[in-house]
Design a protein around this ligand. Structure first.
Ligand SMILES: Cc1cc2nc3c(=O)[nH]c(=O)nc-3n(C[C@H](O)[C@H](O)[C@H](O)COP(=O)(O)O)c2cc1C
Length: 378
């Protein structure tokens, strides 16, 4: 399995939906970065189920504990280990359909690949897995903040209702993460209707990164958009990613699709902040297509582990739409990719010809451990 992510900023996540805990180990952080549980907790609270009547009623407090890598409020350079307990676990809810596969979920493909099945809420396939990503992403945000980079997201559409002129700040305060109050009311109504019908809805999530300088990302396989796309598509229920005007560019002429360059910078941002896989200094604008939640309260045709036809109806605790909770998770993955890109950018520059000319003669003693601290890597 692939549970490790990132090149210089490496994240390992672990834990299942109905195991005792979920966790992440973040390695490769510079020493000296200010970090405490409160900063991570704020991001986890924005992802929490039970935070709104329109999300899963699974009521997890999601209290994070830092158990390694931080001393007196600063990273030490050692791996930062983060733990979040699973407290509102109701395995019995899943027992009745432990042999059945959920259409639209990953149960069947996991079974085909591994021949074992954690039927308790989907194990690693559960949206609960994203707790670890949000905790790790909150650490990455601290690194980005020091470089003036901010990552924020919102729900642009839900159940066919589209937000008009949404405001990112308003989205942060809204239960559905939508920055257009009128659209949010219609989204909430659509969600209630879908839930009553035992059905679910899809949506579009947008993530923006502001303050990214020109130069992050690398040709050929390390393109920033390729890394962000891979990271965001690694999230359950995300079925499409576009940058800037994305799919709409496909029907434009080049004369309309290009962002003109002026002495003061780009005159527009249809590219969404990346050209040739390298950030161009404009805001990164990324949109995600989020499919409707697979688990439904209405009957669905499926098969069981012996291949027999069954009808599945799963009562209870699932999100009628994943998009609102996905906002914090998509922000976290974006922050992780950008923080890694920032460290890679610094490392390549240090190793480049300019820095060699400036570097000390070989006879000089090596730098003491810890010299690559937060200040130096900025
Ligand atoms: C934050 C989050 C919460 C989710 N909650 C649910 C849920 O309550 N019920 C469900 O069936 N799927 C849920 N999902 C979606 C499934 O995890 C996902 O659809 C499934 O693993 C299949 O993967 P795929 O859709 O990427 O192919 C959630 C996903 C995320 C990211």
């Amino acid at each position: 399995m692939s549970n490790v992510f990132g090149e210089l900023l490496r994240v390992t996540t672990f834990g299942e939906s109905h195991g005792p805990l979920i966790g992440a180990v973040v390695d490769g952080l510079p020493a000296g970065l200010p970090l405490d549980e409160a900063a991570i907790q704020a991001d986890l609270d924005r992802r929490r189920p039970g935070a709104s009547e329109l999300t899963s009623p699974r009521d997890e407090p999601d209290r994070v504990r830092i158990v390694s890598g931080v001393f007196e409020g600063r990273t030490t350079g050692a791996p930062v280990a983060l733990l979040v307990a699973n407290e509102d676990v109701r395995t019995a809810d899943y027992a009745a359909w432990r042999d059945c596969f959920r259409p639209g979920h990953g149960d069947w493909t996991w079974w085909k690949k591994y021949g074992v099945r954690d039927w308790r809420g989907g194990g690693r396939l559960s949206g609960r897995e994203t707790v670890a990503r949000v905790a790790a992403g909150a650490v990455a945000r601290r690194l980005l903040e020091r470089r003036g980079v901010r990552v924020a997201g919102q729900v642009l559409a839900l159940g066919g209702v589209v937000a008009r002129d949404p405001d990112l700040a308003a989205a942060a305060a809204s239960p559905l993460r939508c920055g257009d109050p009128r659209a949010e009311r219609r989204m909430a109504a659509a969600l209630r209707k879908a839930r009553e019908a035992g059905d679910s809805l899809g949506g579009i999530v947008e993530v923006r990164a502001l303050g990214v300088p020109p130069g992050w990302g690398e040709p050929v396989f390390g393109k920033l958009d390729a890394r962000l796309g891979g990271a965001l598509l690694s999230l359950g229920a995300v079925k499409g990613v576009e940058f800037g005007d994305g799919f709409a560019l496909a029907v434009l002429r080049g004369s309309k699709a290009n962002d003109p360059l002026t002495p003061r910078g780009f005159a527009s941002n249809r590219a969404g902040g990346v050209l040739g896989g390298i950030s161009n200094g404009e805001p990164l604008v990324i949109r995600l297509a989020v499919k409707p939640t697979p688990t439904l309260g209405r009957p669905q045709a499926t098969v069981d582990v012996r291949g027999r036809a069954r009808t599945l109806r799963v009562p209870g605790r699932h999100d009628p739409c994943v998009a609102p909770r996905l906002v914090a998770v998509a922000e976290a993955m974006t922050a992780l990719v950008l923080a890694d890109a920032a460290l890679l950018h610094d490392a390549r520059r240090r190793a480049g010809p300019d820095s060699r000319r400036r570097s000390a003669p070989r006879t000089r003693p090596p730098r003491p451990p810890g010299a690559m601290d937060g200040r130096r890597s900025r």
